[in-house]
Design a protein around this ligand. Sequence first.
Ligand code: ZN
Length: 144
Amino acid sequence: MEPLTTMRIQASFDCNICTQGSIKCNPLRHIQSEIQSEPGLRNAVRMAIPLGKNQFDLAVEFATVIQVGEYFTDLSRWRLMSCDPLFTAELGRSYQETAFSALTQMRYQYNMAASLIQVSGDPRLANWFKSEIVRIEGLLEQYR
Ligand SMILES: [Zn+2]
């Protein structure tokens, strides 16, 4: 079985809860309703993590990545790179501080999402969470 691919998208779903990056709404619902008209994409996106600033990380079936990217603004190539849009220095904050706080928030959102669902029932999703959280924690060490 192919591992799940991670994408970063930007999209506004006309949902205040998701726009704020809160975990009180499950953005996967909005994402699925955007893409479900295409039969091949019905089960393409397995998980959506709200990150604020209208950005979301997605766990996506590898074969559908290009198609899914056509529905949203695809920021995947910059995700967790030094030019990650979430790392852009904010007013009164250095790049280092912004990146560190974005990563801290990201780790929190991933851990929350992982705890809210029955990850154990889906080994691919469990592996996806594990490897993404390890990657985020490695970067947190770098920006500390
Ligand atoms: Zn929402």
